[in-house]
Design a binder for this molecule. Structure first.
Ligand SMILES: Cc1cc2nc3c(=O)[nH]c(=O)nc-3n(C[C@H](O)[C@H](O)[C@H](O)COP(=O)(O)OP(=O)(O)OC[C@H]3O[C@@H](n4cnc5c(N)ncnc54)[C@H](O)[C@@H]3O)c2cc1C
Ligand SMILES: Cc1cc2nc3c(=O)[nH]c(=O)nc-3n(C[C@H](O)[C@H](O)[C@H](O)COP(=O)(O)O)c2cc1C
Length: 666
């Protein structure tokens, strides 16, 4: 075989990686010239060759779309299950996959979550836009067999809408179902596992008919053998590590994975310059205004409606406890590389050299409950029979109640679990295999950059609660921000577009802003911006008054009316119209939606007279509020239209469709 032939065979075998190949561009060009092919028809050519020689490198393609990592974990777990049964798999995020290859796939499993208000996760946007192209023929995917598992939350109005839409669209394009669709629900007592376990069991029944030669029975012996970890870890001795490389380690933060929907080159390094408590010190809820300053040469820009995405750090104490438990020092440098023996294809997210402190503080999610897979991995590293049995039980589908009660509901973290199972001595490469990466958290921006170009502020509610066994838990990111040292620590963040496209340049466009609790956060940004623009553009009272309507609600006026002074001053100046509801100050509970019906003439006139340009934004907690507010709008219009509820509903639906009515809830 000559060199060119070898390259060529490699090209075909690795063509699932598309053109991200292990050979260089010159070799590829030579190859193509040799074959008289252009890049454009190269893919098609490869697909034909593969089909002819039956060389497909995988039996099943698994594509996931995940905003915060859950669907990714589910897809990885499915891949592990398939590999155990001797399937050849390819697992990729939808946007990493070369979608033009899709018509040539045989079997595809989609694992897809829904985010926003029924929207696709960021790593599905391009894939989804492609599938929606109008002139795709309805037999475009006729050779593809597929199934879908959705991850969602029935508290949201658009429950699992992306899994449903994807399923329908695949059918429209001619693809066939090889296994029924499954829809996981966060509200199930066992979360998405409530649906996933039985769906997976039936999936293997379906696959048995299609791939009878794979291994479905007698897996016990195989399960007993430790899987190959995906990473190899080498402890680096201090004297083996040069000073220059030490410098590189200091800059590891630059390699922190870019959150979904953000741009890699737009990482912001900032410091907290203000951390103001907005609630009374003795109140059981804690809300803070946190202000950050960018490095002075930073070109960051943002607008009202944008989101600050923060990469939190785990507490120093927890990192220390975990390191001590594993007999590691926080300053220990380790080298993390891919284990070539692993059967899974994946991207190594870690810097090659990293300290244990960085690994635990910034890279791994060690404060939140680990997945069931960690228990499986732990079971390989104990000689204690009881512990081994218990760990296997918790990791199995039969033990999911135990997993939920002991881990999920009690929010046990990895250190607490390792402490409870003290006989387990898990090597670091297996530990990181069983943990998720640290998740970024999103915050609506509360400031206007017109007031200070180097600063951005957010309004955060500290997450704190007790578990059923009265363990006190605090939220990872809100606690991190609460305790951060002023002007000292670097905070890593990004800015991304939110779902609310606010008319931030024109204070004369009418807006209704419904923001109970911390839902007020993004509206403070718009209000501040409009206030500055009113001055700068020297607008007359006639131009700016009755344009910015704010509906704010909380429990007690004295305790939670954040930004009261600023909002009331603007109201006095007719720059905003402020409506408030304090649910616990009076006997009858009043919420923001009640303000709509109470002032139905004001809001009815506003909507009726500005139908083409009005914007309505609703922001805050996801549970019941968005639905109740939408019902409030329908009710106010029904009253305004003297009982015509059908017309009222149609008006709101039309505004939603035209994105003039947008909800951002979390
Ligand atoms: C687009 C967007 C904008 C947002 N804007 C803001 C904002 O402006 N201000 C703001 O404060 N937040 C905002 N959030 C929410 C924010 O991103 C975080 O989710 C929030 O701060 C919690 O993060 P944490 O790390 O502190 O808590 P985590 O450690 O992530 O813990 C939160 C988890 O704890 C659990 N939990 C919480 N309370 C309880 C309870 N009582 N019982 C049992 N379990 C519980 C839930 O599982 C919850 O998911 C926004 C979210 C999105 C998506
Ligand atoms: C900001 C936000 C918006 C969400 N929107 C929806 C939604 O519209 N419909 C739904 O069914 N689930 C919704 N969910 C729930 C997620 O789909 C669910 O928690 C899922 O497990 C997340 O998977 P992921 O981590 O892979 O993104 C939302 C969750 C969040 C945090």
């Amino acid at each position: 075989m000559n060199c060119l032939e070898r390259v060529f065979i490699e090209l075909i075998i690795n063509s699932d990686q598309h053109t991200k190949l292990i050979i260089d561009q010159n070799q590829l060009s030579t190859c193509l010239r040799y074959l008289g092919l252009s890049f454009q028809n190269f893919n098609h050519f490869l697909a034909n060759i593969k089909a002819f020689y039956n060389m497909s490198s995988h039996d099943i393609l698994i594509l996931y779309a995940s905003q915060t990592g859950t669907a990714k974990y589910v897809a990885e777990e499915l891949e592990r299950q398939l590999i155990l049964r001797e399937f050849k798999t390819l697992l990729q995020s939808m946007d990493d996959y070369a979608i033009t290859n899709l018509p040539e796939e045989n079997y595809v499993i989609f694992v897809v979550s829904t985010t926003g208000q029924g929207e696709p996760p960021s790593n599905m946007i391009n894939f989804w836009q492609f599938l929606l192209i109008k002139d795709l023929p309805n037999d475009a995917l006729e050779d593809v067999k597929f199934t879908v598992f959705g991850l969602g939350d029935s508290n949201y109005q658009q429950f699992n809408s992306m899994a449903r839409k994807l399923y329908q669209r695949m059918l429209q394009l001619g693809a066939k179902i090889f296994h029924e669709r499954g829809l996981g629900d966060d509200q199930h007592p066992f979360g998405y596992d409530g649906e996933l376990d039985s769906w997976t069991e039936k999936l293997f029944e379906s696959l048995k008919n299609i791939f009878p030669n794979k291994q479905y029975e007698n897996l016990e012996e195989k399960i007993k053998q430790k899987p190959q970890p995906r990473y190899q870890i080498e402890l680096i001795k201090e004297n083996m590590y040069e000073e220059q490389a030490q410098q590189k380690i200091q800059e590891n933060y630059k390699l922190i994975p870019t959150p979904q929907g953000c741009k890699k080159n737009q990482m912001i390094v900032s410091r907290v310059v203000e951390n103001e408590l907005l609630t009374p010190a003795d109140y059981d809820r804690e809300t803070r205004k946190i202000e950050f300053e960018f490095d002075s040469n930073d070109q960051t820009s943002y607008n009202p409606g944008d989101i600050l995405v923060i990469h939190p750090e785990n507490s120093h104490q927890l990192c220390k406890d975990l390191a001590d438990h594993l007999n590691l020092s926080l300053s220990q440098i380790v080298r993390i590389t891919k284990n070539e023996k692993s059967l899974q294809q994946f991207k190594n997210p870690f810097p090659e050299y990293i300290t244990i402190e960085q690994l635990f503080k910034q890279w791994l999610s060690i404060s939140t409950p680990p997945t069931r897979y960690l228990f499986k991995l732990m079971s390989y590293f104990t000689n204690d029979e009881l512990h081994n049995e218990k760990l296997i039980e918790i990791s199995s589908k039969e033990g999911k109640e135990e997993y939920y009660n002991y881990v999920v509901k009690e929010k046990r973290n990895v250190f607490e679990i390792l402490f409870d199972f003290g006989t387990v001595q898990i090597p670091l490469e297996y530990l990181i295999e069983g943990l998720s990466l640290q998740k970024p958290r999103e915050y609506s921006i509360s400031s206007s950059q017109l007031s200070n170009k180097n600063r951005v502020s957010i309004t955060i509610g500290l997450v704190k609660y007790q578990t059923p066994f009265k363990r006190s838990i605090v939220g990872v990111c809100s606690q991190y921000l609460k305790q951060i040292e002023l002007k000292q620590q670097k905070v890593i963040a990004w800015i991304k577009k939110g779902t609310m496209e606010m008319p931030f340049n024109d204070p004369t466009i009418p807006v209704i802003l419904v923001g109970p609790g911390t839902g007020i956060a993004p509206f403070m940004s718009l209000v501040e911006q409009r206030n500055i623009l009113i001055e700068r553009q020297q607008l007359t009272q006639e131009q700016y008054s009755n344009k910015t309507f704010i509906l704010f609600g909380c429990r007690y006026k004295q305790k939670e009316f954040y930004y009261q002074k600023f909002l009331e001053e603007l109201h006095e100046l007719n720059r905003i119209n402020l409506f408030t509801a304090f649910s616990r100050d009076f006997d009858s509970k009043v919420y923001v939606q009640h303000l709509l019906t109470k002032h139905y003439e004001v809001f009815g006139d506003l909507i009726a007279n500005n139908f083409e340009k009005i914007k309505i934004f609703v922001c805050g907690t996801a549970k019941y509020m968005p639905k109740q507010v939408e019902e409030g709008f329908v009710e106010l219009l029904t009253k305004y239209l003297e009982g015509d509820s059908e017309k009222a509903k149609a008006i709101i639906q039309n505004l939603i469709k035209k994105r003039q009515y947008v909800v951002e809830a979390w």
